[in-house]
Design a protein. Sequence first.
Length: 281
Amino acid sequence: MLAALSVLAVMSTAEVPVGTFTSRPFVFETNSHWIEGPTGVVLIDTQFLPDVGVLALEKAERATGKKVVLAVVLHPNPDKFNGAAALRARGVRVITSEQVAAEIPAVHALRKTWFFEKYSPDYPADAPELERFGNVSQTVEAGGLTLKLHVLGVGCSRAHVVVEVDGAVFVGDLVSNGVHAWIELGMLPEWMETLDAVSALKPSRVYVGRGASGGPELIAAQRAYLLSVWERVRAMEPSDAPSPEVLAALKAEIEAAYPTYDYAAFIRIGLPAVWNRARGR
C-alpha cells in the first residue's frame, strides 16, 4: 500500500541542500531526509514499508536530478530500516553502525508480531541485512559529501547514529517536534545524556524523525520534555508495579502538559517501562 507524502525543501545554514519526505499517518508520518551532494544524494532512513522507502528515493532523485548513492539507518526501529532491502535492490548502499545492526533482528521479531498482519502483504517478513560501517564514530564520503557518523548510545532505541554534515545533524527519533516521544525502553536519563552529546556538536540545524525540523532549540525542547516525563513518574515514588489507574493518571497529566502533541499512544506504550526504570528495574 503506497503512502501519501509531503515534500519540504529546506537549506541548512551551511547551504547544503536538504529535502524531506514525510509519510502519511497510516505509516506514522515518518521523515526521510535527503542530502544533495555534487555527485549524488544521501538518504537518511528508509521508511516503515518498502514501497514507501522507494517513494522517498524516487522523490529525492526527481527533486535533485541525481541518484541516491547511500542511505543511512539511524536507529533500530522499523520506520528506519524496513525499506532497506528495497533500496539495496536498487543498488543503494545502506549502512549503519555495528551497534544498530546488532539490535535489528530482535526489534524486527517483536515488531513483526505487532504489525505484520495489519500491514500485510507489504510488511517485510525478514529483517534486513545492512552494511556495517563500524562500531566507532567516523567520516565517510558519498555523493561528493563528507558525512560524520556519530555512534551514540541509548535514546528511543538502544543504539543510535547521528549524521553530521556542514553544521546540520540528522537525529531520527532522538528528537521529535510536536509529537510525544517514543519512550518504549523507559531509559530517559540515558536518552537525555545522548541528547547532551548531540548538543555538544553545536549544530546549526536539526533534522528530526517526526515533525518539522528546526534549530538546536529542538534538542533543548526534547530534553525538557523527557525531563518532565521523568520527574512526573519519579514524583510518584515508584516501588511496586504500577496500577492501571496510576498509569492512566500519569498519561492524562502528560497529555495535559502537552495538549498540542500527537501520538499520545506512545505515552501509553512507554510509561510502564519508565516506571520500572524509575524504581530501578
